[in-house]
Design a protein around this ligand. Structure first.
Ligand SMILES: [Zn+2]
Length: 282
C-alpha cells in the first residue's frame, strides 16, 4: 500500500484533549475548585457531542470530502451493502455506463455475501469499511473500544484490502478517528449527499445532483434500503444518476490516493496533487 505519509494528524486536535478535560474535572472539584471543574467538564462534553454529530467533522483527524482533478469527474460511493438484490443490478448499470464506484460495505453483510464483494472487486470497483453493524443511532457516542471493534471486525469480514472507512451518517467522533489511525485507515466523507433513501424516483435524485456536480466531488449513494412496500429504488436512482452524468459529460472514477490526500491531510478539490491542503469538515 502506497502511503505518502503516516496519518499522524498534525494540525488536528489530539484525541486525548476531551477525555483529559473531562477526567480532570473531578480532580478540580475534589481540590475545592468547582468553577474550574465546570469550566473543564461542560466544554469537553459539548465539544465531544458537536464534533461527533456533525457529519464530516474534521477536528480530530482528516476527513476526505473531495479529490483534486481538473476534469469533469466525480467519485461515486455506495453505502450500506452488499445487498443480494441491489448489488448485482448496480454492478450491471455501472458496467454499462463505464463507471467505477467505491462500495462502503457493512461487515456483517459482507460476511453473509462474500461472493458479492468478490464480484465488486473483480469488476474493478473499490471497497470501503462502513463498520460491522452500522449502529447509526449510537455510533456517534462510541467509546474507544466500541469504535475500534466496529471498524476492526468489519475489516476482517470484508476480506479484501481497503484503506477507507466511513462512519454511519458520517458521524466520526474522536475515538473513531483514533481507531482509524491505529488501523491505517482514512476517514472518507462526502461533498454531495443524495438523500436517495428518501427519494421516490431516480429522476428526483438525479435532478438534485445535477446542480451540485463539480470536479472532484464525492457523491454519497446507497443500496439495500426498501420502501414501505418492500421495494428497492436504488437501481432506478443510480440508473438516473448515471444517465444525468452521461448527458453532462461527467465521469465516475475511483481517484488515486494522491488526488485526495497529501502529507496526511485532504487535498482541496480544485488543485492538483501539489501539496495544497484544506482542513475539510467543520
Ligand atoms: Zn450507512
Amino acid at each position: 500500500m502506497n502511503r505518502d505519509q503516516p496519518l499522524a494528524p498534525r494540525g488536528y486536535l489530539p484525541w486525548w484533549v476531551l477525555p483529559g478535560m473531562a477526567a480532570s474535572a473531578p480532580v478540580a472539584a475534589l481540590a475545592g475548585a468547582p468553577a474550574v471543574a465546570q469550566a473543564l467538564f461542560h466544554p469537553a462534553c459539548a465539544a465531544f457531542v458537536i464534533s461527533a454529530t456533525l457529519a464530516n467533522c474534521a477536528w480530530f483527524g482528516p476527513v476526505v470530502t473531495n479529490f483534486a482533478t481538473p476534469r469533469r469527474e466525480v467519485w461515486l460511493t455506495i453505502d450500506d451493502g452488499p445487498d443480494p438484490e441491489d448489488t448485482p443490478r448496480l454492478l450491471e448499470l455501472l458496467d454499462a455506463a463505464g463507471a467505477r464506484a467505491t462500495f462502503f460495505v457493512i461487515g456483517e453483510k459482507a460476511r453473509r455475501h462474500p461472493a458479492l464483494l468478490d464480484e465488486i472487486v473483480r469488476r474493478g470497483h473499490g471497497l470501503g469499511n462502513h463498520t460491522q453493524t452500522h449502529p447509526v443511532a449510537r455510533f456517534w457516542a462510541s467509546g474507544p473500544w466500541a469504535a475500534r471493534r466496529e471498524i476492526e471486525r468489519a475489516q476482517v469480514d470484508i476480506r479484501h484490502s481497503t484503506e477507507l472507512v466511513r462512519a454511519p451518517a458520517g458521524m466520526a467522533n474522536v475515538f473513531v478517528h483514533r481507531a482509524a489511525r491505529q488501523l491505517g485507515l482514512v476517514v472518507v466523507g462526502w461533498s454531495i449527499r443524495s438523500f436517495d433513501t428518501r427519494a421516490t424516483s431516480g429522476a428526483e435524485v438525479a435532478g438534485r445532483l445535477a446542480a451540485r456536480l463539480a470536479p472532484g466531488r464525492i457523491v454519497m449513494l446507497h443500496e439495500g434500503h426498501r420502501d414501505k412496500h418492500g421495494r428497492s429504488h436504488h437501481a432506478a436512482v443510480i440508473s438516473a444518476v448515471l444517465e444525468q452524468m452521461r448527458e453532462g459529460g461527467w465521469s465516475a472514477v475511483i481517484p488515486p490516493r494522491s488526488s485526495w490526500l497529501s502529507h496526511g491531510r485532504p487535498l482541496a478539490p480544485t488543485v492538483n496533487a501539489s501539496g495544497q491542503r484544506q482542513s475539510g469538515g467543520c
